[in-house]
Design a binder for this molecule. Structure first.
Ligand code: ZN
Length: 171
C-alpha cells in the first residue's frame, strides 16, 4: 500500500496535445510509421517474389543444384563434409606414399628426384598430375581417371582450396 502511494506521479501518460505544433508532429509520426510499414510490406513481397521466381540475370544451372544437394545432405553435417556440386569441383586428390610404379618403372620427380610421397590429382578434364613433396607438379599421361578411380578410396572430404587439401594430406 505504501509503495503504491509513493509511486511517482504519472507524468509519462501524455496529455492530449492541445496546441497546433504538437498535433502536426503526432500526425507526421503516424504517417512515417505507415510509410515504414508500406516499405516493409513492399520489401517482403519483393523477397518472396525472388524466392519463388529465379532472378532473370541469375545463371540458370546454379539454381537447381543447391536445392538438390539440400535434399540429400542432412542439416547436421558441417559444411566441409557436404558434397559440393559438380561445377564447384576442380579435381580430386589423394596421397600416394609408396613408390609409384607406372609401366614397370618407378616414377621419379624430374625436379628433385623424389620417388615417393606424392599427391596425385585427377582434374576435371580427367588429366592426372603428380606433385612431389617439394611441390613440383608434372602431368602423368600414362595414367587416367579410370586408374585414379580404381586406386582411390571414396571421397570423404572436400576442401575449398587446393592449399587446404594439401595441408590436410600432410603436404
Ligand atoms: Zn620434386
Amino acid at each position: 500500500m505504501r509503495l503504491v502511494a509513493s509511486l511517482p506521479e504519472r507524468r509519462h501518460i501524455p496529455l492530449p496535445p492541445d496546441d497546433r505544433e504538437e498535433k502536426i508532429l503526432f500526425f507526421r509520426r503516424a504517417r512515417e510509421d505507415r510509410a515504414f510499414r508500406e516499405a516493409q510490406r513492399a520489401s517482403n513481397e519483393f523477397l518472396q517474389l525472388q524466392a519463388t521466381r529465379p532472378w532473370p540475370d541469375f545463371p540458370e544451372p546454379t539454381a537447381p543444384a543447391p536445392a538438390a544437394e539440400e535434399a540429400v545432405a542432412p542439416d547436421f553435417l558441417p559444411s566441409d563434409l557436404r558434397v559440393p556440386s559438380r561445377q564447384e569441383v576442380a579435381g580430386l586428390m589423394m596421397r600416394w606414399q609408396q613408390p609409384l610404379v607406372i609401366e614397370g618403372a618407378v616414377r621419379t620427380c624430374s625436379g628433385c628426384g623424389a620417388y615417393r610421397d606424392w599427391i596425385v590429382f585427377c582434374l576435371r578434364d580427367e588429366s592426372i598430375w603428380l606433385r612431389c613433396r617439394a611441390g613440383h607438379e608434372t602431368r602423368e599421361p600414362s595414367l587416367d581417371a579410370a586408374w585414379y578411380n580404381r586406386n582411390s578410396g571414396p571421397v570423404d572430404r572436400w576442401h575449398p582450396t587446393l592449399e587446404d587439401g594439401l595441408r590436410h594430406l600432410g603436404h
